[in-house]
Design a protein around this ligand. Structure first.
Ligand code: NAG
Ligand code: NAG
Ligand code: NAG
Length: 477
């Protein structure tokens, strides 16, 4: 939904669409970026520029490209009784979503994208600072703009909350969504008619200054700035709904990356410790403007353990003590915020949470990342059930008081660990028996096939069990 132009935070958000061919963009749940494989600029380069959040691993450029995603079935099958028929060449829209509280490793998505997809859409905010204007980025004309004052308001609101703070990233996204819902937001497409833009912008500024005493906006200066950049922005603006649907009809392969993760969803997450959008399956429809009938694979990204940044409930959290398992996970997994360096809270894999996330998103397969981080732990725990006052409860409680009460507990199952280095494993069968057991148990508990397994920090350190481990492929047989 937003972006920064030059050194100024401008924003370009997309509210309902995305884009393809170039790259589209949306914000938290509405930004979309896309890549066009026919474009001369390497996709990986472009995306690494705009994705400030890419992990250190993506920085290791020059590594040979990953193997094509769809290889013939290896013979492994989720349901071995299904006859093995070669999968139909996949087309349509595949989606990658974070299944937990974020930072599951979706960022590496850029790898597969650039290799096998024609169009990539991002449902998150795009900061345009440093992005070459011409190129493959397509902004939705329905994307909302995040202005400097949105950012200012965000910071003020958060500091007013004191110790009750939500832990927002103070990028102005929440206030920009508030403008969108209050129907005085300003959209990328409004720049097409400067008179209309000016009218909308003045109304918004008046409203903001009234609602936030002390907030000063130099309206004329801002307007000058937007007049200046308008032609450049318009050059990358597209009706991304038309674009996406046409790409679909032309048989293009489209990959959509959701921002953030399901447990940060404004409706389904641990409200109010959530983001301002719907980073679950619904945002793919409302962000892109496509029918659910066009969706194909829905890939959930899930860490082999669990982390959370900032405030909010986290049932399987490991309490920090020097030398504790929580610290082990944090240092082994480099669990520190990519921009702020904030240590992430660490804990065990949480099955009730994953079932909740699976109910909402309908994952066709899972990508279990960072399994190697567990190497060396003598035993592993998996949170398998929540109880309240000793009685099992079936789902994630909506009420945070319940979730954080001392009567709320997690029951664990304990599995043996392994000590072997798994980073060179390329096939499931090469994993140590206890690592295999862990993966199979997680798969059984969640009830969704695990197709990909992350075994090391390098982007090529992924075991792909093949399309047989994807419910979508099964359906086609
Ligand atoms: C818009 O794009 C066209 C074609 O790529 C280019 O020739 C033109 O200079 C661009 N205009 C601006 C203002 O960037
Ligand atoms: C959500 O994703 C955006 C874009 O990647 C990021 O800037 C923001 O920090 C994330 N928010 C949370 C609460 O994790
Ligand atoms: C699975 O996760 C790995 C990181 O462990 C990443 O490189 C890969 O692109 C992911 N695959 C999918 C389909 O999300």
């Amino acid at each position: 939904m937003f972006s920064k132009l030059a050194s100024r935070p401008i924003a370009i958000g997309v509210a309902a669409s995305l884009s393809m061919a170039l790259a589209a963009t949306t914000t938290t749940s509405n930004d979309v970026a896309s890549c066009d494989s026919s474009s001369p600029v390497p996709v990986s380069k472009m995306l690494s520029t705009i994705q400030s959040s890419l992990s250190r691993i993506e920085a290791t450029l020059g590594i040979p490209p990953p193997a094509p995603k769809y290889t013939p079935p290896s013979g492994a099958s989720y349901n071995p009784t299904v006859p093995s028929v070669p999968p139909v060449t996949p087309h349509g829209i595949d989606i990658v979503l974070g299944a937990q509280w974020g930072d599951e490793g979706k960022g590496k998505l850029v790898d597969i994208l650039s290799q096998t997809y024609d169009v990539c859409a991002r449902l998150k905010s795009l900061e345009l600072a440093g992005v070459k204007w011409e190129g493959r980025i397509k902004l939705s004309d329905r994307a909302h703009l995040v202005f400097d004052f949105h950012q200012e308001v965000d910071g003020k609101q958060e500091s007013k909350l004191g110790r009750n703070k939500i832990g927002t990233t103070k990028k102005g996204i929440g206030p920009a969504y508030a403008s969108k819902i209050s129907r005085n937001g300003v959209r990328v497409g409004d720049l097409k008619d400067m008179e209309y833009f000016e009218e909308r912008f003045r109304i918004l500024c008046d409203y903001q200054m009234q609602a936030n005493p002390g907030l000063k906006i130099d309206v004329e200066k801002e307007l000058d700035y937007y007049r200046k950049i308008s032609p450049y922005v318009q050059n990358m603006t597209t009706d991304t709904i038309e674009y996406t649907n046409q790409a679909y009809l032309a048989g293009k392969k489209i990959l959509v990356e959701g921002a953030n993760a399901t447990m940060l969803d404004i409706d389904f997450g641990t409200y109010p410790f959530v983001t301002s959008s719907n980073p679950s399956i619904g945002s793919v429809l409302t962000g892109l403007g496509v029918s659910p009938r066009k969706l194909n694979g829905i890939y959930g990204t899930v860490k082999a353990y669990c982390t959370r940044v900032g405030e909010g409930p986290f049932p399987t959290e490991l309490v920090d003590q020097p030398g504790s398992t929580g610290e082990f996970l944090r240092s082994n997994g480099y669990e520190f915020g990519t921009t702020t360096g904030r240590p992430r809270r660490c804990g065990w894999l949480d099955i009730p949470q994953m079932k909740f996330s699976t109910n909402i998103n309908g994952f066709t397969s899972l990508n279990l990342t960072k399994l190697d981080v567990l190497t060396g732990l003598p035993e592993l725990k998996i949170g398998i059930r929540y109880t309240l006052d000793g009685k099992p409860i079936d789902t994630m409680p909506a009420n945070l008081k319940i979730m954080t009460s001392s009567k709320f507990k997690v029951e664990y199952e304990v599995l043996p660990g392994w000590t072997e280095d798994i980073s060179t494993c390329t096939k499931f069968a090469e994993l140590p028996p206890n690592a295999q057991k862990y993966v199979l148990r997680v798969q059984e508990l969640i009830g969704v096939p695990i197709r990909w397994i992350g075994v090391g920090p390098n982007r090529l350190d992924v075991v792909d069990r093949g399309p047989g481990w994807d419910v979508v492929e099964q359906k086609r047989m």
